[in-house]
Ligand binder design. Sequence first.
Ligand code: ATP
Length: 194
Amino acid sequence: MRVGLTGGIGSGKSVVAKTFAELGAFVIDTDELARDAVAPGSAGLREIAALWPQVVRDGALDRPALAAIVFADGAQRERLNAIVHPEVRRLAAERERGAAPGQTIVQVIPLLFEVGLDAQMDANVVVIAPDSARLERVLARDGVDETHARARMAAQIAPDAARRRADYVIENDADLAALRARTVAVYESLQRRA
Ligand code: ATP
């Protein structure tokens, strides 16, 4: 059973993924794979350097510089995605082979619906948190200003659209204990489905 897990920036999907892992799922974090895809010496980083030489310094990616370019411009974002996404898919397929027989595989994919990867999953889960809480978390954690934080939020699918496409919606509008309880309930349902 393959499950797609998504949610907007700061929605709480990493917390949900961690709980799924504790409950026995084989979790693949595609954010981590996306970092591997552009690691020093990678083919991905060479392609990025060819397009935006100013964002590679001493053989490593200057992430804030790249983020400033792609979050401000959808066309540039698509060019970056065309480099990174195929490599992330390849790495994810490679990781999946490490799952035990019958183990539920959960892929955490920030742009699950935007990229259409939900169609490749047996079930899709979205974590939804109020915009105000997400904004607060992103501002506290990422050290960006409000304009940048809002641009990142706006670059992702609208929560209502994600809600319609998901098989399971985990509302993250209370405390962490509530989030955990809701996550356990979804996991149990996924196990029944499997
Ligand atoms: P991103 O895509 O930006 O990485 P995310 O969706 O993975 O974000 P998390 O990292 O899971 O979000 O959550 C962001 C922060 O908010 C974490 O520090 C997490 O502990 C905290 N958090 C999430 N949900 C709650 C909650 N209900 N109550 C308190 N803190 C929360």
